[in-house]
Write a protein that binds this ligand. Structure first.
Ligand code: ZN
Length: 111
């Protein structure tokens, strides 16, 4: 269950508001003075108050890393370079990419 923090514009107090459902309408108000002029504290929210958001941030990172570690994407950049210049890819390059995608180390690659 997410907890949102709001800062009151009237008295500057912080209110922590439990949100039962993301789809439920939210009408936050200050827990000190009752004012509805509150603003969401995004910075605190993003810094680990809720594990859900932290997790999402991390999986965004890892998915971008996964793109490059995914064998199907090996050599994609090379393929695009050749295609962009209208040049046929040399067979040796084609072979290296294919073998890398199938899980083998490309020939001549110094690991
Ligand atoms: Zn207030």
């Amino acid at each position: 269950m997410p907890i949102y923090e709001y800062r009151c514009r009237q008295c500057q107090q912080i209110s922590s508001i439990f949100v039962r459902s993301i789809s439920s309408p939210l009408a936050p108000s200050c827990q000190s003075c009752g004012s509805e002029e509150v603003e969401r504290r995004m910075s605190t929210f993003a810094m680990g108050k809720t594990t859900g958001d932290v997790h999402n941030a991390h999986s965004m990172d890892s998915s971008s890393r996964d793109y490059y570690s995914d064998p199907r994407n090996i050599g994609r950049h090379v393929e695009e370079s050749f295609a962009r210049h209208g040049v046929d890819m040399p067979a040796s390059v084609r072979e290296s990419i294919d073998s890398a995608r199938s899980g083998e180390a490309p020939k001549g690659l110094d690991l």
